[in-house]
Design a protein around this ligand. Structure first.
Ligand code: M6R
Length: 609
C-alpha cells in the first residue's frame, strides 16, 4: 500500500519519479507528491488525486531539474486523501523530507511528545512525526545518521521511508521495516522503489532492503547498514521482468491484458518443470528440502484474497493427488489461532506480491514453531520468497491490475505441479492423463479467450444487476468465491460465492427474478447435484447464467444464458472455468464506467495488517 520511488544519479530525477509513480499507482492513488533537490534547496509538489494530476501540474515547471528526488503515491491510512496529507512531509526547518509506506503505530504519543517540544505539525498523517523526530535528535547530536538511528528506535510499526536531508545532498536515504523497498542498481545512478515493477526497463539488478536496514545511496555507491549499525554486503537479485510485460500494449486496461496472458502464463509455469513423457514433475526450488517433504504428514496453506481461493483449490488437489490432509486458512485470521502444531506439518504460503503483511505474519508464526515453510510467490526476491525455507516462483511477470487474474491462473498451475511433486507416485503412470492434459490447458484457455465477445455481450444484459450469487461444487466451489470477489472488486456489485450444497441452508432465501445466479457447472462427478440445485433456483424464478462444458445438452433447458468451456479433467477445471468469470467482471466493470485497473478503496499490495 502506497508507492515510494527515489532517484539519485546522472539524469534529472523528475521523469523517473513520475513514471515510477505511475507504475506503482496500483498500490494507492489518493494523492501524489515529489520532493526534488534543486538549486540548493528541496522543492516539494503535492496534489490530491491520481499521479496524472501531479504530472499535469508539473508540465510547465522548469525549476525541478535536480538529480536527487523522492516521490509517493498514497493509499490513505491516517487523514483524508487531500493535498495537505499528501507526502512528502518535512520538519520545522525544512531540512528533512520523508515519504512513507506503512503505519507508525505509536504516532499519537510521538506527536504529543514532539508538539510539547515545540514542533509544529501541518497534516493529520502518522508520517509527519518522522522528519520532526529526526530533527529533534539532530538538535542534541549534529550527525544525521545517528539522529536517524535514534529516531528509528522510537518508532513502532511497519514502515518504509525514503528520505532527503538537505545537508547531505549527495545521498538518498532509505529505511525498511516490515514494508518492502528495493534498490535498482544502475551505472552512475541508482533507483529506489517499493516494488520492482517501477524499476522495469531501468535496472535488472536489484537489492531488497531487509528489515531494520538503512541504505545510504549515492549515484555510484550503495551502503547497507544493519540493525547493529554495521555495514553489510548488499545481496543482488536478478530481475527477469521486461518492459513489454509492464506495459498495456494495445489493451485498454492491464486487467484485460493480464487475462489474455493466461495461455502464456500456464506455459511458462510448466516450462522446465513438467516432463509429461516421464509422468514427472521437477521443482528445483523444492529439491533442497526433499528429505523433509518425504516426512510431510499434513499441509497448512496460508494466503489472503485471491491467493486464498487458489489455496482452497490446492486443498482438493493435495488431498486427491498427494494424499496429504490439507487445511487452508486466511492468513489474516491465522495469527489468532492457538492450534497445536504436529511434527510433519508443512506450511505453504501463496502470494502474488510476496509482501502481504498478514501472510508474512502467519508464516513467521509457523516458523517460530519450527515448521517447514514453502512459498508459491510471483515476485522474485520479495519478503515472503526470502523468508520461506524453500519455494517456487510463478514466473507470471508483473501483475499490474489491482484485481488479480493471471496470478490466480499461475497459482493453480503451480499447485497442480506441487501436488504431483509431493505425491509418492511422482514419475509413475498414475499421473499420465493428468500431466498430458495439463499441457493442453494453454490452448483450451485460448479457445475461451477467442470467444470473449460472447461474455462481453452477456455482460451488457447483467450490468445493471445489484446482486449476484456464484455457485460451484468441489473443485469449482473456490472458483465461485473467486468469481464473486472479482465482480465485487471491479464492478461494485454485491456478489456472494457459495458451495452449491450450502444454498438450501440460507442463500436460497435471496433468490428472485432480480437476483441472478452464476452457476459453474461443467460436466463432472458433481454435475447432477449441481443440476438439482439449479432446478431449485429455476423453480423460484431466479435467472441462471451457466458456465458449462461444450456439448452439454442438459444445461440448455435449465439456464437462461450459457458460456461453454472445453472439456478437461475435473481437477484442472478451475484453470478454465475462472477465465469467463474474470472476463465477466472486467466487462461489467467497464460497462458500468469504472476504472477497473484502479478499483476504489483497494491497493495491490496490502502491506498493513
Ligand atoms: O499479493 P497477494 O497474493 O498476497 O495478495 C493477496 C490479496 O490481497 C489479493 O489477492 C487481493 O485479494 C486482490 N485484490 C484480489 O484481486
Amino acid at each position: 500500500m502506497c508507492g515510494i520511488v527515489g532517484y539519485i544519479g546522472k539524469e534529472k530525477s523528475l521523469p523517473f519519479l513520475i513514471n515510477g509513480l505511475k507504475a506503482l499507482e496500483y498500490r494507492g492513488y489518493d494523492s501524489a507528491g515529489i520532493a526534488i533537490f534543486s538549486h540548493d534547496k528541496v522543492q516539494v509538489k503535492r496534489k490530491a488525486g491520481q499521479v496524472k494530476v501531479l504530472e499535469n501540474a508539473l508540465k510547465n515547471d522548469t525549476d525541478l531539474i535536480g538529480h536527487l528526488g523522492i516521490g509517493h503515491t498514497r493509499w490513505a491510512t491516517h487523514g483524508m486523501p487531500n493535498e495537505t496529507n499528501a507526502h512528502p512531509h518535512n520538519d520545522c526547518m525544512g531540512r528533512i523530507f520523508v515519504v512513507h509506506n506503512g503505519i507508525i503505530e505509536n504516532y499519537k504519543e510521538l506527536k504529543e511528545y514532539l508538539q510539547h517540544r515545540g514542533h509544529i505539525f501541518h497534516s493529520d498523517t502518522d508520517t509527519e512525526v518522522v522528519p520532526h523526530l529526526i530533527e529533534d535528535f539532530l538538535r542534541s547530536n549534529g550527525d544525521f545518521n545517528v539522529a536517524l538511528f535514534d529516531a528509528l528506535k522510537m518508532i513502532r510499526g511497519a514502515y518504509a521511508f525514503a528520505i532527503i536531508d538537505v545537508k547531505n545532498p549527495d545521498t538518498l536515504y532509505a529505511v525498511s521495516f516490515s514494508s518492502p523497498l528495493v534498490i535498482g542498481v544502475g551505472a552512475d545512478e541508482n533507483f529506489l522503489a517499493s516494488d520492482p515493477s517501477a524499476l522495469v526497463g531501468k535496472s535488472k539488478n536489484v537489492i531488497y532492503i531487509k528489515d531494520g536496514e538503512i541504505a545510504e545511496i549515492t549515484r555510484s555507491k550503495i551502503d547497507i547498514i544493519n540493525l547493529e549499525q554495521k555495514k553489510t554486503p548488499p545481496e543482488i537479485v536478478r530481475l527477469e521482468w521486461n518492459l513489454e510485460q509492464a506495459q498495456k500494449g494495445n489493451y485498454p486496461h492491464f486487467m484485460l491484458k493480464e487475462i489474455f496472458e493466461g495461455p502464456k502464463i500456464v506455459f511458462s509455469a510448466l516450462q522446465g518443470r513438467l516432463k509429461s513423457g516421464k509422468n514427472l514433475v521437477k521443482l528445483g526450488g523444492l529439491e533442497q528440502v526433499n528429505e523433509k517433504l518425504k516426512e510431510a504428514k499434513r499441509l497448512i496453506i496460508l494466503a489472503c484474497g485471491t491467493s486464498y481461493h487458489a489455496g482452497l483449490v490446492g486443498e482438493y488437489l493435495f488431498e486427491e493427488i498427494a494424499k496429504l490432509p490439507t487445511e487452508v486458512h486466511f492468513a489474516s485470521e491465522f495469527r489468532y489461532r492457538e492450534e497445536p502444531f504436529e511434527e510433519g506439518t508443512v506450511v505453504i504460503a501463496i502470494s502474488q506480491s510476496g509482501e502481504t503483511a498478514d501472510t508474512l505474519a502467519a508464516i513467521r508464526k509457523t516458523k517460530k514453531h519450527g515448521l517447514l515453510t514453502l512459498g508459491i510467490v510471483n515476485t522474485v526476491g520479495s519478503t515472503i520468497a526470502r523468508e520461506t525455507d524453500a519455494g517456487v516462483y510463478n514466473h507470471a511477470g508483473p501483475e499490474i491490475g489491482v484485481a488479480s487474474t493471471k496470478a490466480f491462473i499461475s497459482q493453480l498451475t503451480m499447485l497442480v505441479l506441487m501436488a504431483v511433486y509431493m505425491s509418492e507416485s511422482n514419475g509413475h503412470q498414475l499421473h499420465h492423463a493428468l500431466l498430458q492434459e495439463l499441457e493442453k490447458i494453454p490452448e483450451k484457455i485460448k479457445a475461451i479467450l477467442d470467444k470473449a465477445s460472447e461474455i462481453e455481450m452477456l455482460s451488457e444484459k447483467y450490468k445493471d444487476c445489484e446482486n449476484f450469487l456464484f455457485l460451484g461444487r468441489r473443485y469449482n466451489y473456490p472458483v465461485a468465491f473467486e468469481g464473486a470477489l472479482k465482480l465485487k472488486e471491479i464492478s461494485y456489485i454485491h456478489a456472494e460465492g457459495y458451495g452449491a450444497g450450502e444454498m438450501k441452508h440460507g442463500p436460497i432465501a435471496m433468490i428472485s427474478e432480480k437476483f441472478p445466479t452464476m452457476a459453474i457447472v461443467p460436466q463432472n462427478s458433481v454435475s447432477e447435484k449441481m443440476f438439482s440445485n439449479l432446478e431449485e433456483i429455476k423453480a423460484r424464478k431466479g435467472p441462471i447464467f451457466a458456465i458449462a462444458t461444450e456439448g452439454d445438452k442438459e444445461i440448455v433447458s435449465l439456464a437462461n444464458d450459457i458460456f461453454f468451456v472445453p472439456k478437461t479433467i475435473e481437477s484442472l477445471e478451475p484453470l478454465l472455468t475462472i477465465v469467463p468469470l474474470q472476463l465477466f467482471a472486467y466487462y461489467v466493470g467497464t460497462k458500468r464506467g469504472f476504472d477497473v485497473d484502479k478499483p476504489r478503496n483497494l491497493a495491490k499490495s496490502v502491506t498493513v495488517e
